[in-house]
Design a protein around this ligand. Structure first.
Ligand code: SF4
Length: 167
């Protein structure tokens, strides 16, 4: 983003489950938008359409084909909204997390002319996001978003608990 830009936040997260988690993340995105004084547009929540997109890849690992399809789904929706609004450029914060392969995000974005790649991991982006969450008292999720990432997180927690119990 350049000085003088007038950003709009687009909350497009049909991947998130359960819906209560979606609502919680949306509420905090709205809180940040209010603090920064920027417009936030909420996309329609269509988890069924998202499920259809990743069908057959539910059991795959994070960073695999399911995530590739998930990125493509969300960025296509962002591109549609950018066209509707007449916005010349858009990007995504999907590159922020160290759990995400930025190259996969860039590849999904490259299908859209208006997409501008930004690697938000750079310049300690993830640490900076943690600092901002603390500063503004924002919710910070502990799983990526879909029910499959939640399942994997719970499995990992169980395995950790069992290995501690076995010691
Ligand atoms: S783990 Fe995250 S990026 Fe991958 S499919 Fe689920 S919500 Fe999408």
């Amino acid at each position: 983003m350049d000085a003088g830009d007038d950003p709009t936040l687009f909350f497009s997260n049909s991947n998130i489950a359960p819906k209560a988690e979606y609502d919680k993340r949306l509420a905090h995105a709205k809180k940040l938008a209010a603090i920064w004084g920027v417009r936030l547009i909420e996309d329609e929540y269509d988890h069924e359409a998202w499920r259809e997109t990743v069908r057959g890849y539910e059991d795959g690992p994070e960073r695999g084909e399911r995530c590739r399809r998930c990125f493509a789904f969300s960025l296509a929706r962002a591109n549609r909204m950018a066209e509707e609004l007449g916005v010349a450029r858009f990007t995504t914060t999907l590159t922020l997390s160290s759990h995400k392969v930025s190259r996969m995000v860039f590849e999904a974005g490259a299908r859209h002319e208006r997409y501008e790649p930004h690697n938000f991991k750079k310049k300690n982006g993830e640490r900076r996001s943690r600092e901002l969450c603390d500063l503004y008292d924002l919710y910070r999720q502990d799983y990526c978003g879909c029910e499959f990432s939640l399942r994997d997180r719970e499995r990992a927690a169980r395995a950790r608990a069992e290995s501690v119990g076995a010691e």
